[in-house]
Design a protein around this ligand. Structure first.
Ligand code: A5P
Length: 229
């Protein structure tokens, strides 16, 4: 029986095999990707050469400390692959992301590849999205009005995310609203509805973006599944 951290570490090592010499890749954010960064750092020391576009300031900071070479998104064309974690993954490979508040940059970077590889432990695989509160990134101006509009969509609770008792500011100087929908029956239409609210910058619904999900199980096994095209 492996604990959550062991599984994340195994996933990081497994996913590092996807990174080949000469690639330009997107690197995600979070506690699972942390282990990927550690493994890639080791492989860089052993001679692996690649360039990465970070999905957050945190990933860039950790990666640079490990010797990983970064570029800005606008300095590169298409990314060969991107690897990231997720908070929930449903049967159709739709995702909730943003638990680490990096969803905006993640979505922009990951839109630059056809090969978004998601690494998650089995607890994050769900039939229906929504138990995990959906993060929605909003402009700071008028955020309480956006909060009310999301509540009026039938969302049970919408919390402004705090850090140290202050509203958390994202890398791009926005707020995050954590939206407790409980059950998201139609993620595609909810994503569109949320985008139509003035003040919403981006949602944590990653629709039709993941091409492959690598799942780590409690018994130590790892299974990779490709999204049917
Ligand atoms: C960051 O904003 C998120 O999208 C993360 O990718 C997601 O929350 C998964 O993070 P963990 O691997 O830490 O669970």
């Amino acid at each position: 029986m492996n604990n959550a951290d062991d599984i994340k570490k195994q996933l990081g090592i497994y996913a590092a095999d996807y990174v080949k010499n000469g690639m330009t890749i997107g690197l995600g954010t979070g506690t699972t990707v942390y282990w990927l960064l550690q493994e890639l750092g080791k492989r860089v020391q052993e001679g692996l050469q690649f360039t990465a576009v970070p999905t957050s300031a945190k990933t860039k900071e950790i990666g640079e400390g490990l010797g990983i070479k970064f570029k800005e998104l606008d300095e590169v064309d298409e990314l060969a692959i991107a690897i990231d974690g997720a908070d929930e993954v449903d049967k159709n490979f739709q995702l909730i992301k943003g638990g680490g508040a990096a969803l905006l940059q993640e979505k922009i970077v990951e839109a630059a590849t056809k090969n978004l590889i998601i690494i998650v432990d089995e607890r994050k695989m769900v039939d229906t999205l929504g138990k995990f509160p959906l993060p929605v990134e909003v402009i700071t101006f008028g955020w309480a009005h956006v909060q009310k509009r999301i509540q009026s969509l039938g969302c049970k609770k919408v919390d402004l995310r705090l850090r140290d008792n202050q509203p958390l500011l994202t890398d791009h100087q926005h707020y995050i609203l954590d939206c407790y929908f409980d059950k998201i029956d139609d993620p595609i239409s909810l994503n569109t509805t949320l985008h139509n609210i003035p003040g919403v910058v981006e949602t944590g619904l990653f629709i039709n973006m993941a091409s492959e999900v690598i799942t780590g199980y409690n018994d130590g096994s790892i299974i990779s599944t490709k999204r049917p095209v």
